[in-house]
Structures are given as C-alpha cells and as structure tokens.
Write a protein that binds this ligand. Structure first.
Ligand code: MEV
Length: 330
C-alpha cells in the first residue's frame, strides 16, 4: 500500500511574529505544493527520500515562469528533521511500532523562503503516514499535530503555518483557534530575496528584544494585533472591492513598518517592498519570519509592472494565487 498526500505553501497576510505572542494573524494557502508518498518497508526503520530538496538547486515551475531557487544541504537537513518528527509523532498516535516506513518528498516550495515549506512538509507527511497507518484524522487535527512538530523542532511556534497548510483558504488565527474568512482572489505578487532567514533564530531574536525592552516591544505587538483586526473587519465588510483593497494595502504598509521596528527586515526586503510600492502596488510587506525570504505586494491591475520592478530590484517575483484546498490525499 502507498499513500500520496500534498499540502500547500502559505503567505502570512498580516500578523507574523505578533501571533507568537497570542495576537491574531491572517494567513492564506497558495498554490505551490509539497508532495509526500508514504509506504511500508521491511527494514523496520524510517527512510526519507528527498531528492528535490537535497539537490543544490530546486526547480520550481510556476505559472508560465521557470524559477530557479538555491537550496543547500544545511537547509535539507532542517527539512528532514521536520519529516522525522512528523513520522515519529504519527507512529506514537497509531501505537503501531515495528514497521518501517519510507517517505519520498518532492516539493515546489522554496526552502527557507518564508513560504511555510517546513509546515507543508510536516503536514503532508502526517497526512500520508497517518493514512498509511489507518488513522482517521481530520485536516484540523493534522494541523494541530503539525504545530507539535514545529514546537519540537523550532522550540517556539504559533501554529499558524501548519494550520493554514492543513485547511487551506484564508484564515484568521488566534491562540490555536482559526476561522475561515470569505475566499477572495487577491491580486498579489510574492518577491523572493534569494536568501533565507531561519524562523527559529528570528523568533528567538524578537523574544530577546521583547525581554530586554518590553515597554517598547509590547505596544508594537499590540499595534500589529490591531492592524490584523482592522484587516479582518475590512475583509468581512460590505465595502466595494477597490476600497477594500486600498484599505488592505495601507494596513500592509503599517504592518511592514512595525515588522521593521522589530528588526526582522533586511536591506533587500525593504528594497523589494519600496520597488513594489513605487511600481503601483497598493501595499507591500514582509511575509513570514523575515531576515531574507519573501515580501508580498497587493497590486490590482499592476501585477506584471510590480513583478518587473521586483526583478529590477534583484528579487524573484512569483505571481501566485490563493489555494482553497489545504492538505489533500491524491
Ligand atoms: C512564520 O511563518 C511566522 C512566525 O510568526 C512564526 C510563527 O508564527 O510560528 C514568524
């Protein structure tokens, strides 16, 4: 018996980092996926094959573009620790030890780009392995197990990445609870800086600043939470589409400024953000942990101009779509 499962990448629309402190955040699944095939083997051991991730380059075919991402063995090793934890966790749940399991991974998601590659691989692995072991878990339960994997590997995690990867669509997330927001095609462009940031290190860096100067950092996190609530209100409002997008754009710019204040932006991220705004984006901000990785811009009717501006500023643009679907058994 073989099971093939896939899970999507994500972008955090609003509220990264502050979500780790119990504030709300909004995230969306996007249409880049990680595929995991699971089957039993006779060796009694866990085997992980991750050809795409181990090779120095990872080819991502996206819309009409072929994009080349650098990847290295260090990052591959990090991904593998998520997979191992995911398998061990599911084996514990299933209470069926002894049988070896082989998982094979292929991924369209660049590793370490802030697009939730670790969460997607954890969720797809839990989905495939739990099915193989005969467990009937809902996508929501798989998202919760994905959160446990992140806590084991990273130390700190809000759980938003595995949740949105497991359930798909656009979600409002707070302290482990989520609500689906109405599905909407957002005209976004993601810009990849070409370098990666470590979520674990960035979360730890923000924590150190918080502990050193809570009287300054707490109000920043509170403001971020308020930006998220305003964005949720806007998404749920009766405003006409153009007004909605304009308001969301302004909120993105505020959120980016607050993230910059926390110290998670880089020169390159800010260059891509300003290039996108200059090219007509309504708003642009970091998405994910920062320190490299990706930004995204909201650019109705200006997606190709913004993509060109991101390229000229030295980034790799991806014109992406929101994915309604989360984890799926293929
Ligand atoms: C990473 O995609 C988002 C962070 O807020 C970490 C987390 O929520 O676990 C930086």
């Amino acid at each position: 018996m073989r099971v093939l499962a896939s899970a999507p990448a994500k972008i955090i629309l609003f509220g990264e980092h502050s979500v780790v402190y119990g504030k709300p955040a909004i995230a969306a699944a996007i249409n880049l996926r990680t595929y995991v095939r699971a089957e039993f083997n006779d060796s009694g051991r866990i085997k992980i094959e991750a050809h795409d991730i181990k090779t120095p380059g990872l080819i991502v075919s996206f819309s009409e573009n072929e994009i080349y991402f650098e990847s290295d063995y260090g990052k591959a090793a990090e991904v593998l620790s998520y997979v191992r934890q995911a398998i061990e966790l599911v084996q514990e749940e299933a209470d069926k030890n002894g049988r070896g399991i082989t998982v094979s991974i292929t991924s369209q998601i660049p590793v370490g780009a802030g697009l939730g590659s670790s969460a997607a691989v954890a969720v797809a692995t839990i989905g495939a392995v739990s099915k193989l072991l005969g467990l009937e878990l809902t996508n929501e339960e798989i998202g919760k197990l994905g959160h446990r994997v992140e806590l084991l590997v990273q130390g700190a995690s809000s759980g938003i990445d595995p949740t949105v990867s497991a359930i798909g669509g656009i979600i409002h997330y707070e302290k482990g609870k989520f609500e689906h927001l109405p599905f909407m095609e957002l005209p976004i462009v993601v810009g990849y800086t070409g370098s990666s940031g470590s979520t674990k290190e960035l979360v730890a860096m923000v924590r150190r600043t918080y502990e050193e100067m809570p009287e300054i950092v707490e109000p920043i996190l509170t403001s971020m939470g308020k930006v998220v609530e305003k964005a949720r209100e806007t998404l749920l409002s009766e405003l006409e589409e153009g007004q909605k997008l304009a308001r969301l754009g302004r909120l993105m710019n505020i959120n980016h400024g607050l993230l910059d204040a926390l110290g998670v932006s880089t020169k390159k991220l800010s260059e891509l953000v300003y290039a996108a705004r200059t090219a007509g984006a309504l708003g642009a901000k970091i998405t994910g942990a920062g320190g490299g990785g990706c930004m995204y811009a909201l650019a109705p009717e200006r997606q190709s101009e913004v993509a060109t501006a991101i390229t000229i500023a030295g980034g790799t643009p991806m014109i992406t779509e929101i994915s309604r679907e989360g984890l799926r058994i293929e």
